[in-house]
Ligand binder design. Structure first.
Ligand SMILES: NC(=O)c1ccc[n+]([C@@H]2O[C@H](COP(=O)([O-])OP(=O)(O)OC[C@H]3O[C@@H](n4cnc5c(N)ncnc54)[C@H](O)[C@@H]3O)[C@@H](O)[C@H]2O)c1
Length: 467
C-alpha cells in the first residue's frame, strides 16, 4: 500500500489499545494513528507513545478532538457502550469513515440514527462484529452458502461464557448492570445474533426467557464479606475467589495448557503445578517469562500497572475484588432466544455464564447433512455428517494458529477489511444497516424476556424506523 490510511483513536482503553492499536504497529504501510482522544492520562500517554503521536494531537475528550478540522481519513470509536452515539455521530458529520465498537448504541433509536446518518453523509460506518472476520465463522458461512447441508431446518447456537469471564465482565465489571451499560443479550450476543442473521436470514418471530439466577446476595456463602480479601471463609471453595483469577491466574493457565505451542503448554503446566519451581526456573526456560509476565486481558483491565502489588491493591480497593454475591449487578446469567425464521426453519440461541470453558458451540440440521461445530480458544472444529453417504468430514479452520487471541483472528481481520474499505472507497463485508438487524433482535429479545411477549419482527423493524 503506497500511503497508509490515517486514523484517530477515540477511547484508547482495552479494545482501542490492545485489540486495534497493534494492527497499525504491525502494518505501518496500511494504517497510521495520527491523533487520539482518551480521558485517562496514563492510557492516553501509553497509546501516544506506542504510535508516536505528538502532544498537540493528544486530546482528553472526544469532543475536543472532533471540534478540530478533520485530522484523518478514519475514526475508531472504542469508548464504552453508552458513549458510542455522541462521538460516532460527530465523526460521521465531520467527514470521517468510522469503525464503531459493538454494540452500536444502547438504545434502538440511537442505533437507527447512526445508520441513517451514515447513509445520509455517505460515510462508511462499520460495526465491530469481529466474528464475521474470524476463519471459523467465515468457513461456517461458506459451508452453509454452498448448500451442502441442504435446506436448514433447525439450529442450536450456544454462547458458553466461562464462569470466570462472567464474573469478570458481567458481575464485577463494566457490563454488570444494564442501567450503566447494556443488557447482556446486547453486550455479549449481538455477535451471535449477527452470525445467525448472516447464516440464516431474517427472523419472523422471536421469544426469550432468562434471569439472573445465581449472582445474588441470598446465594452468598455464610459469612462472605463484601470483598474476597477481607477474610472470606469460602475462599478455598469459591470458584470466583478473585485472587485465584487475578493473582494465581488459575483459569488462564488452564487455557494456556491447550495452546498449540508446546513451550507455552509446558510453561503453563509448570506454573500451575509448581509455582515456586517455575519462578526459580524462568532464567533458563524463557517461555516461562511469557506465562509469568502475562499482562493482557483480563489483568490489564483491573490495573494499568501489572505488578503483583498493584494487582493486589486493585483487589483490595477496586471493583474486581468484590464478592460476586455482593455487587451492584443486574444482568442475566442465562438467557435463551428462540427464533422463527422467515425461511420456515427455527433456531435457538443459548447464552449463559457458567461454562467450564469459554467458547461457542453449534449444531445445524439440514435436509442433506448435520453440522456440529465448536469455536473454543485453541480448538476450532467443524464436523459435517452427510445423510446420504454417512461420511463425516472434519474441518479445523485456522488450525495451528499459535496466537488464538483476538476473537480467533477476528480483531485483525476486521481491521484489515476496514482499512481496505476506507482506502478503496469500497463496501465493507457488513454495512451498518446489516449490523442494525442483530441489534434489533437483541432489543426485541430483551423486551420479549422482560415482558413475556412473542415479538413480530416485521412490525418491530417498521416501528424502529418510524414507518
Ligand atoms: N468487538 C468485541 O468483540 C468487543 C469486545 C469487548 C468489548 N467491546 C466493546 O468495546 C468498547 C470498549 O470497551 P473497553 O473494554 O475497551 O473499555 P475501556 O473502558 O477499557 O475503554 C474505553 C476508554 O474510553 C475512555 N473514555 C471515557 N470517556 C472518554 C471521552 N470523553 N473521550 C475519550 N475517551 C474517553 C476511557 O478512559 C477508557 O479508556 C465497549 O463498547 C465494549 O462493549 C467489543
Amino acid at each position: 500500500m503506497a500511503t497508509p490510511v490515517t486514523a484517530v483513536m477515540i477511547g484508547a482503553g482495552q479494545r482501542g489499545y490492545e485489540a486495534y492499536g497493534p494492527y497499525a504497529l504491525a502494518h505501518p504501510d496500511e494504517l497510521r494513528f495520527v491523533a487520539a482522544a482518551e480521558s485517562h492520562p496514563v492510557r492516553r500517554e501509553r497509546f501516544a507513545a506506542a504510535h508516536a503521536i505528538p502532544s498537540e494531537y493528544q486530546f482528553d475528550t472526544w469532543e475536543t478532538l472532533l471540534a478540530r478540522p478533520q485530522l484523518a481519513d478514519a475514526a475508531l470509536v472504542c469508548t464504552l457502550d453508552r458513549m458510542h452515539t455522541g462521538p460516532a455521530l460527530a465523526a460521521l458529520e465531520a467527514g470521517y469513515d468510522v469503525l464503531l465498537e459493538k454494540p452500536m448504541a444502547t438504545t434502538l433509536e440511537d442505533c437507527v440514527r447512526l445508520v441513517q446518518t451514515a447513509e445520509r453523509t455517505g460515510r462508511l460506518l462499520q460495526i465491530c462484529h469481529v466474528l464475521r472476520y474470524a476463519p471459523f465463522f467465515s468457513t461456517l458461512h461458506d459451508i452453509l452458502d454452498s448448500g451442502r447441508l441442504g435446506e436448514i431446518i433447525t439450529v442450536e447456537h450456544r454462547e458458553n461464557v466461562s464462569y470466570w469471564h462472567m464474573a469478570h465482565s458481567y458481575v464485577r465489571g463494566n457490563w454488570r448492570n444494564s442501567r450503566l451499560e447494556s443488557p447482556m443479550i446486547l453486550a455479549k450476543c449481538c455477535h451471535d445474533l449477527d452470525i445467525l442473521f448472516w447464516n440464516l436470514g431474517a427472523t419472523r418471530r422471536l421469544s426469550s426467557f432468562g434471569s439472573l439466577q445465581h449472582f445474588r446476595p441470598e446465594r452468598a456463602p455464610e459469612g462472605a464479606p463484601e470483598r474476597c480479601l477481607d477474610g472470606c471463609p469460602a475462599a478455598d471453595v469459591c470458584p470466583w475467589y478473585a485472587p485465584r483469577l487475578y493473582m494465581d491466574l488459575t483459569p488462564l493457565l488452564r487455557v494456556a495448557r491447550r495452546s498449540p505451542d508446546w513451550a507455552q503448554r509446558a510453561g503453563a503446566a509448570l506454573l500451575a503445578e509448581h509455582p515456586r519451581l517455575a519462578a526459580a526456573a524462568r532464567g533458563w526456560f524463557p517461555p516461562l517469562d511469557v506465562a509469568l509476565d502475562y499482562r493482557g486481558w483480563p489483568l490489564s483491565v483491573i490495573s494499568e500497572d501489572p505488578s503483583s502489588e498493584a494487582r493486589l491493591e486493585a483487589l483490595r480497593s477496586g471493583p474486581y475484588g468484590r464478592c460476586v454475591y455482593h455487587c451492584d449487578n443486574d444482568v442475566v446469567d442465562h438467557q435463551i432466544v428462540n427464533l422463527e425464521l422467515q425461511s420456515g426453519g427455527s433456531a435457538a440461541l443459548v447464552m449463559h455464564g457458567h461454562s467450564h470453558r469459554e467458547g461457542r458451540t453449534m449444531r445445524y440440521d439440514g435436509t442433506r447433512a448435520t453440522l456440529r461445530g465448536c469455536a473454543y480458544t485453541y480448538e476450532q472444529r467443524i464436523e459435517i455428517h452427510d445423510h446420504l453417504t454417512g461420511k463425516v468430514d472434519v474441518i479445523t479452520p485456522g488450525a495451528g494458529r499459535r496466537n488464538a487471541s483476538g476473537h480467533g483472528g477476528g480483531d485483525a481481520g476486521i481491521m484489515q477489511a476496514f482499512v481496505r474499505a476506507v482506502r478503496d472507497r469500497g463496501q465493507a463485508l457488513t454495512s451498518a444497516r446489516e449490523s442494525l438487524e442483530s441489534h434489533l433482535m437483541a432489543f426485541a429479545a430483551e423486551q420479549a424476556r422482560c415482558a413475556g411477549q412473542v415479538i413480530d419482527m416485521h412490525a418491530y423493524r417498521r416501528q424502529a424506523e418510524g414507518k
